[in-house]
Design a protein around this ligand. Structure first.
Ligand SMILES: C[S@@+](CC[C@H](N)C(=O)[O-])C[C@H]1O[C@@H](n2cnc3c(N)ncnc32)[C@H](O)[C@@H]1O
Length: 315
């Protein structure tokens, strides 16, 4: 039985197993250990020299044995119910090649997230750029919504732009507008040196935006730019707005901050924008922290708000 093609041997193995099961297995019985193998791996004579694995060999009570076969697997299993697994025998033949599968339904590999661009110390004690926890949130948001086209207002050294470029991937594009030069962080990054108020649709390829990130801290500039892009069709009801620095600091961290009831306002502009945009029909989800959340491990959180016009979901 050891000779022949693998396919012949597998067929012979199947026939031998059918005979064994019919002649020896009764409800509640087991294949003899010498054949089934103590740990489920064995080389019984009826396998035809193939390396087989028996996952379970006991026949469940009151079950009807049925046979199933795929190119690499031979199954005998019961007709379902809570004890189905107990009566299942699976013989896997690893010598046979994996059958071709439909690529559109079978993932090629597990999803991988490259976050190596997030390099801050664990305290995330930075003034200016977004903090890594915030970058992580934006990364996830962009991935979840499959956002492709981003405009950010205020790029500084490119830390947030780099995160956006990683998130949107090669098929996406990130425009950063800043009055000062911002380094080009990736092939899909387009720095634009300009006052944000002067932006025209040509600068963003005349195509509507999926997300705008506000981080330049000048109220009139950002609101005027938003209104303009909206009137030109570059901002739609689907466009997500993200605003940085909306949180209160638990203590004074920057010289210009001022204290209110729950903490220190370090950037009033984006906080005011959240309130005004809310009145203009945008939903607001402020990602802020309670004062007590802070200490040596996280001295402050700058804060992020995510907004979009609410449109009822059609049912
Ligand atoms: C806080 S930084 C941006 C930080 C950056 N988003 C990050 O997370 O890495 C603010 C930036 O806004 C820019 N800025 C200030 N006024 C501006 C304006 N009118 N138009 C465009 N950019 C402006 C500044 O030059 C500065 O680089």
């Amino acid at each position: 039985m050891v000779g022949g093609t693998i396919s012949d041997r597998f067929t012979a193995c199947e026939l031998a197993l059918r005979r064994r099961v019919r002649s020896t297995m009764r409800v509640g019985s087991r294949l003899p250990v010498s054949e089934a193998g103590v740990n489920g791996s064995q080389n019984a004579p009826w396998t035809g020299g193939l390396r087989c694995r028996i996952m379970a060999s006991r026949c469940g009570a009151g079950r009807t044995l049925r046979w199933g076969r795929t190119k690499e697997c031979l199954n005998v299993f019961d007709n379902g119910g809570p004890n189905a697994v107990a009566a299942r025998i699976v013989i896997q033949n690893p010598h046979l090649s994996t059958p071709k599968r439909n690529r559109s339904t079978v993932p090629i590999s597990a999803t991988k997230y490259n976050l190596s661009h997030l390099t801050q110390l664990s305290t995330q004690e930075v003034i200016g750029p977004i903090q890594d926890d915030e970058a992580l949130f934006l990364f996830a948001l962009i991935r979840v919504m499959r956002i492709r086209r981003i405009l950010e207002i205020g790029g500084h050294c490119g830390y947030s732009a780099n995160n956006f470029c990683e998130s949107v991937g090669e098929r996406g594009i990130v425009y950063t507008i800043d009055i000062n030069p911002v380094p080009k962080m990736a092939a899909n990054h387009v720095p634009i040196i300009m006052d944000a108020r002067q932006i025209e649709p040509e600068a963003i390829d005349n195509t509507p935006l999926d997300l705008i990130f506000f981080d330049c801290h000048v109220y009139d500039v950002q609101m005027e730019m938003l209104r303009r892009l909206e009137s030109q069709g570059m901002v739609t009801d689907r466009t997500v707005l993200a605003l940085h620095d909306i949180n209160l600091h638990p203590r004074q961290i920057v010289a210009w901050a001022y204290e209110i009831a729950d903490g220190w306002v370090h950037q009033p502009v984006e906080r005011r924008m959240v309130n005004d945009l809310r009145n203009m029909g945008y939903d607001a989800f402020p990602l802020d922290t309670h004062r007590d959340a802070h200490g040596p491990d996280l001295p402050c959180r700058h804060g992020l708000a995510v907004m979009r016009k609410f449109r009822p979901l059609t049912i």
